[in-house]
Structure formats: structure tokens, C-alpha cells
Design a binder for this molecule. Structure first.
Ligand code: ZN
Length: 202
């Protein structure tokens, strides 16, 4: 499957000068919401991801996505795996499980994001699940930004990857773009201003 083509065809692979949630700058940005606005595409991608997860033999009781970015991917993946779909959300800056969602002790939870960059949000949400007695058995995403090693890929884990190394990470493809700290950003040096994706025209 050519997931890069799917992102490009959906105008979801943006080129410009972007400020990422980590504070770093990048010339590219993946706007997964543009891919997932087509429910058939969302289902197609989630089905492919679910096939890889099932093939690995991983047992999953529930999928948990960090809101807002992971919601649609999480729901679609839970549908494909035929398991419960829940989400974590930020309350006063802290990822929390709300809305009456319950986690059984030892329940096997797969964290799901649209895109994993360093995995920071997914791991924050995972802490909330663990504090309620759940067990994190894996991480899944439609796309991998190339800082973490996913199953069946040669991309190696970089020092900024926050995913634990003892559970599998499933994704459909690696998108490896350069990322810069603001003071080392060549786009800033050229005089342009980094914009936050999702704001303004994005
Ligand atoms: Zn910059």
C-alpha cells in the first residue's frame, strides 16, 4: 500500500514551515484529518493496520487514543479489531480518562494515534490507563514520523523516541522528515515564520 500517495492525494502532506507540538520546526506536516475525512479511506487504512496487528498474534481488549488527533484512527482501528474504543483527553494539561470509561484490572490496551512522532502524547495517555490498572500491550499509528522503530521496518529508534522498547509499535509507513530546534532551523534562517499546523489556512 502506498500510504504516502494516499496522504498526497488527500492534500494531507503539507509543505511549508511548521511549528510542531514538540516546539521543533519542520518543512513538512502530516494532516491526517484530511485523510480521515473520507470514512472509506479511514476504514481501508485501519483494516490494513488491524491485519498487521492480528498477524502478530497480539491480544487486545481495547484501543485507547489520545484526543483529539488520535480519535478517528482509534475508533476505526477498534472497529477493525472488534474491540472497545476509548480515549484519553487533556484536563488542566494532564491526560485523563473521563466520560465514565472504566478500565478492568489487567485489561490489555493498545494505544492508537494518527501519527507517532516521538510518542509523547500516547505515552502520557498510557500512564493514565496504567494508573487505572490497565496493561499497555502495544502502540499503533497510521504513520510513523521515523523517530521510533516500528514492526517490519528498518528505521532505527532515535534518542527522542518516547515509546517503550519492550512492546510492539505498528504503523503502515515511515515518513522521515528532518526536524529542527528553532535556533538551528534553516527555514527560520531564511527569514520565514513557522506556523502552527491546524491554525490559519492549515
Ligand atoms: Zn523554523
Amino acid at each position: 500500500m502506498d500510504i504516502k500517495k494516499i496522504y498526497m492525494d488527500s492534500d494531507a502532506l503539507l509543505e511549508g514551515h511548521f511549528k510542531l507540538s514538540s516546539g521543533n520546526h519542520s518543512q513538512f506536516y502530516l494532516q491526517s484529518a484530511k485523510v480521515l475525512e473520507n470514512p472509506k479511506t479511514a476504514k481501508f487504512l485501519a483494516d490494513a493496520l488491524a491485519r498487521e496487528i492480528k498477524k502478530s498474534g497480539l491480544q487486545v481488549d481495547a484501543v485507547c487514543a489520545p484526543a483529539l488527533g488520535g480519535l478517528i484512527a482509534g475508533f476505526a482501528l477498534a472497529t477493525a479489531l472488534d474491540v472497545r474504543s476509548i480515549f484519553a483527553e487533556r484536563v488542566d494539561g494532564k491526560m485523563s480518562i473521563r466520560r465514565g470509561f472504566e478500565i478492568k484490572k489487567g485489561e490489555r490496551v493498545l494505544m492508537c494515534e494518527d501519527v507517532i512522532t516521538t510518542g509523547g502524547s500516547a505515552m502520557e495517555a498510557a500512564e493514565a490507563i496504567k494508573s487505572l490498572g490497565g496493561e499497555i500491550v502495544g502502540v499503533a499509528a497510521l504513520a510513523n514520523r521515523g523517530f521510533c522503530k516500528r514492526e517490519n521496518s528498518n528505521v532505527t529508534t532515535k534518542s527522542n523516541c518516547k515509546l517503550p522498547q519492550d512492546i510492539p509499535f505498528f504503523a503502515l509507513a515511515d515518513f522521515t522528515f528532518e526536524m529542527y530546534t528553532p535556533d538551528a532551523c534553516p527555514l527560520c534562517k531564511e527569514g520565514s515564520e513557522a506556523i502552527k499546523p491546524g491554525s490559519r489556512e492549515n
